[in-house]
Design a binder for this molecule. Structure first.
Ligand SMILES: Cc1cc2nc3c(=O)[nH]c(=O)nc-3n(C[C@H](O)[C@H](O)[C@H](O)COP(=O)(O)O)c2cc1C
Length: 221
């Protein structure tokens, strides 16, 4: 029998998710965490590179060190797990990783040998053409995975809070990535059971930042 909770539907999870600032000390059951990770790494990424590195910070001393790197934000010291989403701008150069990606694509029959041959040339070509934007591209993928995690957590009765407030060098030191210049911290995501209610601060009307065809034509819904 499954011990994971019933899932909320996507629309309900999106509507109910709030940026939670205080968490209970209650732990996340290992099978719940495992499902959460499974559905997080199911996120899409450019060329299926999966060029994130997610560090699940759980140990007490690590949590407190991470909270310090995040300017003392209570979410990190209180949440039983904070996922650090690091983006690896050099992942595409890692031959073992690329071989695994090609292998799983072939085994699942999602990709043909011809597709893989094409990727072997196209991926390095495209990534080299990005120059300094490789970091930005890796961060896009990591943010998509983090968004999966936040919504799946919500669907499983957990809460989260995206965090931009942290010192990158300090976060890297906490997770043991201080000597990895190609690894960028994308976002921190504390996850746990909410210890507070939080109201939706609301969103702008569509016409402010949604358009049709061109920026000058606002979308009214
Ligand atoms: C990328 C990102 C970074 C954020 N950084 C912080 C942060 O450092 N500290 C914090 O308390 N909230 C942070 N937030 C939460 C936002 O303030 C919050 O999502 C926003 O006010 C909308 O509220 P809602 O998430 O409840 O809809 C962040 C949100 C995002 C998406």
């Amino acid at each position: 029998m499954s011990t994971t909770p019933a899932f909320l539907d996507v629309a309900t999870a999106v509507r109910e998710r709030r940026a939670i600032k205080h968490f209970k000390a209650d732990p996340i059951a290992p099978e719940v965490l495992s499902t959460l990770v499974e559905l997080t790494v199911a996120a899409p990424s450019s060329y299926n590179l999966q060029d994130w590195h997610i560090v699940l910070v759980q140990e007490e001393a690590q949590r407190q060190a991470l909270a310090e790197a995040a300017f003392g934000q209570a979410q990190v010291s209180q949440a039983p797990v904070t996922a650090v989403f690091a983006a690896d701008a050099a992942a595409w150069k890692d031959e073992d990783r690329m071989a695994k990606i090609y292998e799983t694509g072939l085994q699942s029959r999602a990709w043909t040998p011809k597709t893989v041959d094409y990727f072997k040339t196209a991926i390095p070509q495209f990534m080299r053409s990005l120059g300094p934007k490789t970091r930005e591209y890796a961060i896009k993928n990591a943010m998509i995975a983090a968004t999966h995690m936040a919504l799946v957590a919500q669907a499983m009765g957990l809460s989260s809070c995206f965090l931009n407030g942290w010192d990158e060098d300090k976060v890297k030191a906490v997770i043991g990535a201080e000597n990895q210049p190609a690894l960028a911290i994308a976002v921190l995501l504390p996850i746990g059971y909410a210890a507070e209610p939080r109201q939706n601060p609301g969103r702008l009307p569509f016409e402010v930042n949604v358009s049709v065809d061109r920026l000058a034509t606002p979308y009214h819904g």
